[in-house]
Design a protein around this ligand. Structure first.
Ligand SMILES: *Cc1c(COP(=O)(O)O)cnc(C)c1O
Length: 441
């Protein structure tokens, strides 16, 4: 870029004033609404004026944390074919609810439901906006007015306001807790089953694990009890996977072999868009589909396009093309090789910082595979010219933010979640930061 072109990029004074006025008006509104009790420091206000301009929350960031399903960074990135399907569906008309064979109205969900029944080996399937909606809808449609039996060890809270006891009551059902935090037996479930019991509910403890003196009831036993009582066994599987990722966790297919209804997320281990998927017996799915809440919680066409493309990869035996799956299953040797390549791209400036390869350990994240260790490799950066937290902040606040983490006096950039096409931009960013902001282009 020549200098004149760069100069033209400087914003006009009134644009800056307008941005400042917006921030100050916002502060005034927040004080009057009782949202804040204290005005931030002057520097912070200036920073939000400067930084707030191009920082949409959907701004692209580089995830160098190694956490594949990072809830704060948007969970699962889509496969390129899914992104392409979204682009086509978004930019034009589609046969979303039109049957091209007959010229009549069609179902927007049919294709995806067929893919799901094939993949999960179930009689029927249904999709809604997210898994919280899937669980709420299932409980409302099948259990309203009845009792729902759950183990005390599974009364989960998944970030925000999703708490199993609250979801059960929001669905108009009554929670019947059984067992203790660490132990539950079949007799506990059996004893809680009465005339008014509408379902047995099993909840995947997605973000914690109870270890030590513990006991739980196997899915098969629960299924037999539910069948004997003629009530459904509902399984909120959280981040259900269609491929075996862990010896300790059931896949969706395994869960659906025993449970009558299985609910799971589209954007956790499946690696698709935000969605809530319900699979299982047709008699229950039909009942759920008829509930008025179903229409209110339906998926939009863009997510539907992404889900269909993602499921097609599984059907075609190309699960490795789903980024979430490839990032979770990449071998340690491949990660080491990736880190070595990354290291050669980063050339420390006259000893201002130094780099090395370091072994790290991470988690799948996003409320998936709790306690499962994912050993990985990172490029570790050390420097004496600035505190590490300053470097971490500079990377985080850069034009394309790079999110790393500090561990034992090193800044770690874990290569598991970094796309190799992003290596040059990270190298350039480090260069700029250590040269005090001057670009090398
Ligand atoms: C993540 C999770 C949910 C919520 O799923 P979303 O798709 O985020 O709405 C519900 N139940 C369990 C057990 C979960 O792990």
């Amino acid at each position: 870029m020549d200098r004149n072109e760069i100069l033209r990029g400087i914003p006009k004074v009134d644009e800056v004033v307008r941005a400042a006025r917006q921030i100050l008006d916002g502060l005034r509104t927040d004080v009057l609404a009782g949202k804040i009790n204290e005005i931030p420091h002057f520097e912070e206000i200036v920073e939000s004026v400067v930084g707030g301009q191009n920082q949409s929350p959907l701004h692209r960031v580089i995830n160098a944390t190694g956490i594949v399903l990072h809830t704060n960074l948007g969970r699962a990135p889509l496969a390129p074919v899914a992104v392409e399907r979204v682009r086509v569906a978004a930019g034009g008309y589609s046969a979303l609810e039109y049957d091209l064979a007959t010229g009549r109205r069609g179902s927007r969900m049919k294709a995806v439901e067929q893919q799901l029944t094939e993949l999960c080996q179930t009689q029927a399937a249904l999709c809604v906006n997210n898994n919280a909606a899937a669980v709420l809808l299932t409980l409302t449609a099948l259990c309203s007015g009845g009792r729902v039996v759950v183990s005390r060890g599974e009364l989960v809270e998944i970030g925000g306001s999703f708490r199993i006891p609250d979801v059960i009551s929001a669905g108009g059902a009554i929670l019947a807790e059984v067992g203790t935090t660490n132990k539950v037996r079949l007799a506990d479930y059996d004893g809680a089953c009465s005339m008014a019991t509408a379902a047995l509910l099993k909840v995947h403890t997605s973000n914690y694990r109870i270890v030590g003196y513990t006991q739980e009831v196997g899915l098969e036993e629960l299924a037999s009890l539910a069948a004997a009582r003629d009530i459904p066994l509902i399984y909120d599987l959280g981040g259900g996977s269609l491929v075996k990722l862990s010896p300790h966790e059931p896949t969706v297919q395994e869960a659906a072999q025993h449970a009558d209804i299985v609910c799971f997320s589209g954007d956790k281990l499946l690696g698709g868009p935000q969605a809530g998927i319900i699979v299982g017996k047709a008699e229950y799915i039909d009942q759920i589909r008829k509930h008025p809440l179903y229409r209110a919680l339906r998926m939009d066409k863009l997510s539907l396009a992404a889900l269909e493309a993602t499921l097609k990869l599984y059907i075609d035996g190309a699960a490795a093309d789903v980024p979430t799956i490839s990032m979770l299953t990449i071998s340690s040797e491949e990660l080491h090789a990736k880190a070595t390549t990354f290291l050669t791209k980063i050339k420390p400036q006259n000893g201002l910082f130094s780099t090395e390869i370091a072994e790290t350990s991470g988690q799948a994240g996003g409320g998936s595979l709790p306690g499962e260790e994912f050993p990985s490799w990172a490029v570790a950066i050390t420097t004496t010219v600035m505190p590490l937290h300053t470097l971490e902040e500079a990377l985080r606040k850069h034009e394309v933010p790079i999110i790393g983490r500090i561990h034992k006096d090193k800044l770690l950039l874990d290569v598991r979640t970094i796309d190799i096409t992003d290596f040059p931009i990270i190298a350039r960013t480090l260069d700029e930061i250590f040269r005090g902001g001057a670009t090398n282009e």
